[in-house]
Design a protein around this ligand. Structure first.
Ligand SMILES: Nc1nc2c(ncn2[C@@H]2O[C@H](COP(=O)(O)OP(=O)(O)OP(=O)(O)O)[C@@H](O)[C@H]2O)c(=O)[nH]1
Ligand SMILES: [Mg+2]
Length: 221
């Protein structure tokens, strides 16, 4: 009997396209960052905030959503070049969708490409987009057990952002516990505690991104 391994094929094809995307980003000197995270954790708000902080960097965004163009329009309003990608019923972006969206950018004119994935902490884990960095954003309002309940996404991230610390007390959440949980899962993780609302911790996160961009440019020569 011949069994068709559909699942495996999908992952293998995605991996190949992701490698192609990574080469494209490296060759164009673009730092691409995959922002994963729970619904409403602050992914779009973080791109808006970073746009203000990363003055002098030429940034653009891909906004992934299941159906709407609300996030894409928020970013467009700020003058950020953006491509909205609707995934329909799919709960994650994939490398092919990103590759397709790249047609709408002149990558040579960009320094940083933010890719906002579809909001959840599960599906995006299996789909490498070819970005050089993966960042997971959660907020204290999801509960301070959110990190330990979703180890896979933190294990496959370069940085974690614990956002909305301004309301931690109000929602009875321990942001430091979340930080420790993230480091327990992945000791190599860079963790940022932030409040976009109060502009706390965003400068550190922006500096980390800027350093990664400069490292990439130096490597390219
Ligand atoms: N109190 C507080 N609210 C915040 C903070 N950051 C974002 N928000 C609010 O949280 C809500 C969701 O923010 P978004 O940036 O839309 O979240 P998202 O992760 O992009 O959401 P989806 O795209 O729907 O998954 C908005 O009402 C923001 O104003 C923060 O640091 N503190
Ligand atoms: Mg959003």
């Amino acid at each position: 009997m011949h069994v068709i391994g559909v699942g495996r094929d999908v992952f293998e094809i995605n991996k190949k396209i992701a490698e192609r995307n990574r080469r494209t980003f490296d060759e164009s000197g673009v730092l691409a960052i995959n922002f994963m995270g729970a619904v409403g954790s602050g992914k779009t708000a973080m791109i808006e905030a970073l746009h203000k902080k990363l003055k002098g960097c030429r940034i653009a965004a891909i906004a992934g959503d299941i159906v709407s163009d609300l996030d894409a329009n928020r970013l467009k309003k700020l003058g950020i070049p953006v491509v909205g990608v609707n995934t329909g019923k799919e709960c994650h972006l994939d490398a092919h969708l990103v590759e397709h969206a790249l047609d709408d950018f002149n990558l040579k004119d960009l320094d940083i490409l933010f890719i906002e994935n579809v909001g959840n902490l599960i599906c995006p884990v299996d789909f490498d987009l070819g970005t050089q960095l993966n960042v997971t954003i959660v907020s204290v309002s999801e509960g301070d057990d959110t990190v330990e309940k979703h180890p896979m996404i933190f294990a496959s991230s370069d940085a974690a952002v614990i956002n909305k610390i301004d309301i931690a007390e109000a929602v009875d959440a321990d942001a430091d516990k979340m930080r420790k949980d993230a480091l327990h899962i992945n000791p190599g993780l860079k963790v940022f505690l932030t409040s976009i609302r109060k502009d706390n911790g965003i400068d550190d996160f922006a500096d980390w991104i800027r350093n990664k961009k400069d490292e990439g440019k130096r490597r390219k020569g």
